[in-house]
Design a protein around this ligand. Structure first.
Ligand code: NAD
Length: 292
């Protein structure tokens, strides 16, 4: 009986190992460039891409953190300083990827910032609006432009962009961030219309709120005086799907899927990763005076 049991465990072990998603390298031999990958969603995606067999160039404005992240992720990660508001930086990051790895298969335009501007449009700070659009929109445009420059001659490639649920459901964030993210979704549709003739796929991923440094910084300003654990709890409790929290790894898994051959016929799509939040009336974030 003991031998029989061991044999079963052994056989099921082999069977499982062959079929679990963690052991299947969905991006074997692929080369990816990810903006804003020193932290948060970009970093989690870089790690997931590497564990799926890809080489990743991390492009970020935070030099020290970018270098530390690349060192943490190991020899298949490289860092290049890049400010996505500077077209020459984005162009250089693409050229650096080609000169280091001979090709660019996946461009993920993920860098972005939030803004805690006053809620009323009457008080809109247009300088802040310009700054956010510069990073969240113009930076994405620059990434698509320069990725396309090197992908079109190869007649293949995959481009991803980070949108947000705030881009599809108004009233969740301030006007500036909302406008920037709905524009990213529109850019993806527009670019897909041209790039499909070259066999290049472009898709958007729109996450629900995740307590990354960007969001924690904003939460600290909105709910001042609360500690990080309580702020994380507020973010998680705002989700609609019980029994799960939205994590950077959920976005990374969506990115692996869209970048892989599993999604070979998906382009111009906005993959919403929100546990259903935007599909029905949900509670969302409490007003600051309603929490302790
Ligand atoms: P994060 O702050 O952890 O990461 C953002 C990264 O972008 C940072 O490493 C930052 O240095 C980099 N960055 C900022 N400005 C840059 C610039 N000009 N050039 C290059 N890099 C720059 O935050 P995150 O939550 O991981 O954000 C990643 C993306 O996800 C953003 O586009 C954000 O708008 C989007 N998003 C986040 C959430 C969320 O709840 N965390 C939800 C929806 C969408």
């Amino acid at each position: 009986l003991r031998i029989g049991l061991r044999k079963n465990v052994f056989i099921s072990g082999i069977f499982n190992r062959g079929f679990t998603s963690e052991t299947v390298s969905k991006l074997d031999g692929k080369v990816a460039l990810i903006t804003g990958a020193a932290s948060g969603i970009g970093k989690a995606t870089a790690a997931k891409f590497i564990s799926n067999g890809a080489k990743v160039v991390i492009a970020d404005i935070q030099r020290q953190l970018g270098r530390d992240t690349a060192a943490e992720l190991g020899p298949n990660a490289t860092f290049i300083p890049c400010d996505v508001t500077k077209e020459s930086d984005v162009s250089d990051a693409v050229d650096f990827t080609i000169s280091t790895h001979d090709k660019l298969d996946i461009m993920y335009n993920n860098a972005g910032i939030a803004c805690n501007t006053p809620p009323s449009i009457v008080d809109l700070d247009l300088a802040v609006f310009d700054r956010v659009m510069d990073i969240n929109v113009r930076g994405v445009m620059a990434g698509i432009k320069h990725a396309s420059r090197v992908m079109i001659p190869r007649r293949t490639g995959c481009i991803l962009c980070t949108g947000s649920i705030t881009g599809i459901m108004a009233g969740l964030a301030q006007h500036t961030y909302t406008v920037s993210k709905s524009t990213v979704i529109a850019i993806v549709s527009s670019a897909a219309a041209e790039l499909c003739q070259y066999g290049i796929r472009i898709n958007c991923i729109s996450p629900f709120a995740i307590p990354t440094p960007m969001v924690m910084n904003e939460m600290n300003q909105i709910y001042s005086g609360l500690n990080d654990a309580r702020l994380r709890e507020i973010v998680y409790n705002a989700g609609a799907l019980h029994g799960a929290n939205c994590e950077p790894e959920d976005i990374a898994n969506a990115a692996v899927y869209l970048a892989s051959d599993d999604a070979k016929y998906i382009s111009g799509h906005n993959l919403v990763v929100d546990g259903g939040f935007t599909r029905f009336k949900s509670l969302g974030f409490p007003a600051p005076d309603q929490v302790a």
